[in-house]
Design a protein around this ligand. Structure first.
Ligand SMILES: [Zn+2]
Length: 107
């Protein structure tokens, strides 16, 4: 995905706020180093942001990245919040789903 001349992660951060910029650089650096998308999503989702604008941006990035995770990819290192199954979670249509209990978590 790209929008013209710019890197797509940068496109998500429409505001040229310094904080957004720093995180955009961090995320696009991880992707360039070939870190698997599910792992990048995990890192981004676990960022502790104090600012609600940054949190909104972060959630947008997580949603956008999740769409690039192939359906059926197992979510490693995550536990199902519903049934506690550590191996039951997988990605489908950008959401996390659980094989064991059928629970779904989006975004
Ligand atoms: Zn479950």
């Amino acid at each position: 995905m790209s929008c013209g001349h710019c890197d797509w992660v940068f496109c998500l951060s429409r505001t040229f706020n310094k904080e957004f910029w720093n995180y955009a650089i961090l995320i696009s650096g991880m992707l360039r180093q070939g870190m698997p998308v599910p792992q990048v999503v995990d890192v981004v989702a676990n960022l502790n942001l104090y600012d609600s604008t940054l949190n909104t941006w972060k959630n947008g990035v997580v949603r956008a990245l999740s769409r690039y995770i192939p359906d059926g990819t197992q979510a490693l290192g995550r536990k199902c919040p519903e049934c506690g199954d550590a191996e039951g979670l997988y990605y489908e249509e950008g959401c996390l789903k659980c094989r064991s209990c059928g629970g779904t978590k989006c975004g």
